[in-house]
Design a protein around this ligand. Structure first.
Ligand SMILES: [Zn+2]
Ligand SMILES: [Zn+2]
Length: 501
């Protein structure tokens, strides 16, 4: 795990020292470990570097010769050491560097608004202001992928420039509005607040596993990568080893009827313009939906959710291959479709941290020989050959709706449980709905997924239920098994009586 306790951090005061805006943290509250660091570190402060103006980027590190507008440094001392002791230890200080980039959006994340609202009070050198809002470092980092970083041995970038720093520079930038970057520049009175780049000499720069593969992920479903499913829990920063993971096997004998699992209200499921494009992620085929258009509520969910995307899990090309993730009484289906939705009002990053941040609708796909009513599935599969290359995309030009894909599945019959994403980082943030009736898709169309995409068995093995319950929306119907012999014997008595007559 990396940056584990950053969640609890509250920063106490912002001050401007020399040419940096610096924030001082409460002692021993924030700690970092893991991420290849050989020691535990306690965070003491974070600060920012910026340029003279918006056209003069001010990050200290450069990636392939490019500077970002700003850079944030989170400074930590080896646990138990004083500043003086840390400055005398070759690995005494760990600094996490985050690039800050400007987004096209006018809005910055809310906590950045909170933080920058204090800047106006500290335009004087060495002035300080206490921060009254609770802002965590996590809030500031947003959805930056913390498994992708560079590591090298270096120094403080301000005097005394002690060569005691284990540097971690994250690949993905934090994104804030141009207006916010300007606030920092103005606070620092437009002075250049970064040190020019230094020579590397013979030093090595290491990349984390997250960066090593061009996909950005070195995980896969088979054994041909660093992290096969049984090793996902060893990926830095992931939750794959948790106790409420997905998928699971649903044992129908042990599901609990819950009458609060009422009908869903689906918005824009029949809209013909909800699908934007398909992308080959290297692990699946995903259809990205228009933002804030397709919505889900009801169905026993405590919140409203907006669907972002749907994607598929499949098996091999042969006739009897099963590629669904969930199973019912240990029976798996040939494929499974997931519609992934984010809780209304939350960003994806926020949703991933909330136990009910995401709602995923899971649909089993059964094969059929019939070719009736398969137009929508023919359309979807017709796009596959355009995205054979990883990360390639294809725009949706034909108009089909989600309802078209779901066909006549009874949407009132489903299972419900709390679980996780079924791919790294396996965040335990998902309210799962697994529909009982499968979508029926022609066998030949189902085979196109593995045959055209070139990868197969893209499903995670089942995870332990632990102490979770699976609920069901429909009360058990029909005679209970133990009533059957009684009914039969009554019938038998009836028959003999009639026969005897
Ligand atoms: Zn710095
Ligand atoms: Zn999925």
């Amino acid at each position: 795990m990396f940056l584990t306790s950053l969640l609890e951090l509250v920063c106490l005061s912002l001050c401007i020292i020399a040419v940096k805006v610096k924030s001082v943290l409460e002692n021993n509250m924030v700690e970092i470990e893991g991420g290849g660091l050989r020691h535990k570190y306690s965070t003491i402060q974070f600060h920012f570097h910026s340029g003279y103006n918006l056209w003069h980027p001010g990050s200290e590190h450069l990636i392939d010769g490019e500077r970002y507008p700003m850079e944030m440094h989170i400074v930590s001392l080896k646990k138990g050491l004083s500043v003086d002791q840390a400055l005398a230890d070759p690995e005494g200080i760990a600094v996490l560097g985050f690039f800050i980039d400007v987004t096209d959006k006018e809005e910055s994340p809310e906590k950045w608004n909170n933080l920058t609202s204090y800047l106006i009070n500290i335009t004087e050198k060495n002035s300080t202001v206490d921060i009254k809002d609770s802002i965590s470092i996590d809030d500031l980092l947003g959805d930056v992928n913390r498994t992708k970083f560079y590591r090298y041995k270096g120094s403080l970038t301000t005097p005394p420039c002690s060569e005691v720093v284990v540097w971690t520079v994250f690949q993905e930038p934090i994104k804030i509005s141009a207006h916010m970057v300007e606030l920092f520049i103005r606070t620092l009175n437009s002075v250049k607040a970064y040190r020019p780049r230094q020579n590397l000499y013979g030093r090595k720069i290491y990349a984390s596993p997250g960066i090593n593969q061009s996909s950005g992920h070195s995980w896969c479903y088979n054994d041909h990568c660093d992290y096969s499913p049984s090793h996902w829990n060893m990926l830095p920063g992931v939750k794959c080893g948790g106790n409420t993971q997905s998928p699971i096997n649903i044992e129908t004998e042990h599901v609990t009827f819950d009458k609060s699992l009422n009908n869903f209200t689906f918005t824009n499921f029949s809209n013909l313009h909800s699908m934007k494009y398909f992308i080959n992620t290297g692990h699946t085929v995903k259809c990205v939906l228009e933002e804030n258009m397709v919505a889900i509520e009801g169905g026993g969910l405590s919140h409203k959710y907006f669907a972002m995307q749907f994607h598929f899990h499949w098996g091999k090309i042969d006739d009897h291959s099963d590629g669904s993730e969930h199973s019912v009484d240990s029976t798996r289906y040939p494929m499974e479709m997931h519609i992934v939705s984010v809780r209304k009002g939350l960003s994806v990053a926020e949703a991933l941290k909330d136990s009910e941040g995401l709602a995923v609708l899971g649909f089993f796909i059964q094969v059929t020989r019939e070719k009736t009513n398969q137009k929508s599935w023919e359309t979807v599969t017709s796009y596959l050959s355009n995205i054979k290359k990883k990360d390639s995309t294809v725009e949706m030009s034909s108009k089909i709706s989600i309802d078209d894909l779901l066909g006549d599945v009874d949407l009132s019959k489903y299972y419900r449980y709390n679980g996780s994403l079924t791919t790294p980082d396996c965040n335990e943030a998902v309210v799962w709905t697994v529909f009982k009736q499968p979508i029926k898709v022609n066998k030949e169309l189902v085979k196109l997924f593995p045959s055209i995409m070139g990868y197969y068995d893209v499903y995670r093995p089942r995870q332990k239920l632990h102490n979770r319950t699976v609920r069901t929306s429909t009360a058990p119907t029909g005679p209970r098994p133990h009533l059957l012999p009684l009914l039969l014997s009554l019938l038998y008595v009836g028959c003999t009586w009639m026969g005897g007559k």
